[in-house]
Write a protein that binds this ligand. Structure first.
Ligand code: RIB
Ligand code: CA
Length: 316
């Protein structure tokens, strides 16, 4: 019996690790990618949207690509050229986009996909949660059509942009607050798991050796993404966003727990922190599945297996 396909919306700020997450999603026949929506974060909205259209072209995805909001809900935009470069996806050459930017906004496209889908839809959100927050505020009636929001964001023990806050949540804490208080089914891949989800240079050399155009591009994205991480002392490239995809299809590879998590909006030094209640002291029921760990070696093996699925693809 054919496995039931999972309708998916990919929302992100590509971004090298978003791009690799989308390679993983595109490689798995269980995913039916219904739409791509972009959000300002790693780079400006125009740059990440152009990148999203190029990635969709590389992966031969037949779906609309819609741009989200230029800026966070209540904050000034922060971008990350130090990690992702001026284009937001520096490094390898990519094909020019074959599809135009959708005439719909990201929220309008998300709402259209949710409204028209017979099954509930998974939203994989790997950038600031601006579009998701706007969707939940403007279309509360569509929350029931969301099977799960699988996010990369936050960190229950530390941040990576400030001591307390991880980049995606810090860029737009208000949208994250709306999301974590919405009651929508939520899975959080924070730094607790994504900083463990490292791939080491000798491992992505094996991905480069796979040799097809997509595997080679993934290796070259990692070449660039590792430049700044190495300067910071990391021994491997932290594959943040692919965790939000792989934890959906290989949950047995991950350590997933139920926690109540809240978002700090106003701390002088802690704004954007994802604050857990590990013991139930808040009296709140868990509002998310927090992914806390993984089998790193298996994770890297699966990534390589995903890249092999593009064998036989013609050069671009
Ligand atoms: O903190 C890591 C997250 O911020 C990743 O999603 C990366 O792409 C950036 O968006
Ligand atoms: Ca991202």
């Amino acid at each position: 019996m054919t496995e039931k396909k999972i309708p998916v919306i990919l929302d992100g700020d590509p971004g090298h690790d978003d791009a690799i997450a989308w390679v993983v999603a595109a490689s798995d026949p269980r995913f039916d990618i219904r739409a791509i929506t972009t959000v300002a974060g790693n780079q400006t909205l125009a740059k990440v949207t152009y990148n999203a259209r190029r990635i969709a072209t590389l992966l031969k995805l037949d779906c609309e690509v819609a741009a989200g909001r230029e800026v966070p809900m209540c904050a000034d935009l922060i971008i990350a050229p130090n990690y992702h470069g001026e284009s937001g996806l520096d490094g390898p050459r990519l094909p020019e986009p074959k599809m135009p930017e959708s005439e719909l906004s990201a929220v309008e496209l998300m709402a259209k996909v949710l409204r028209e889908s017979e099954e509930k839809v998974v939203i994989i959100a790997t950038g600031p949660q601006t579009n998701v927050g706007a969707l939940l505020v403007s279309h509360p009636e569509l929350k029931e059509k969301i099977a799960l929001i699988s996010t990369m964001g936050g960190g229950l023990r530390n941040g990576n942009w400030t001591t307390s806050a991880e980049f995606n949540i810090l860029v737009d804490p208000e949208s994250a607050y709306i999301e974590y208080h919405s009651g929508a089914p939520l899975q959080m891949c924070g730094l607790d798991v994504t900083e463990k989800a490292q791939i080491f240079p000798e491992e992505w050399e094996k991905i480069r050796a796979i040799g097809n155009p997509v595997a080679r591009t993934v290796a070259e994205w990692l070449d660039f993404f590792f430049i700044h991480l190495k300067e910071l002392g990391w021994e491997g490239a932290t594959l943040h966003d692919p965790c939000a995809v792989l934890s959906l299809i290989y949950p047995e590879v991950f350590d997933i727990r139920d926690y109540y998590v809240d978002i700090d909006l106003c701390g002088r030094y802690t704004r954007g922190a994802t604050v857990p209640d590990y013991t139930g002291v808040s009296g709140q029921k868990p509002n998310c599945k927090a992914v806390m760990g993984l089998d790193r070696e298996r994770f890297v093996e699966i990534l390589a297996e995903c890249c092999r699925k593009f064998d036989g693809w013609e050069e671009f």
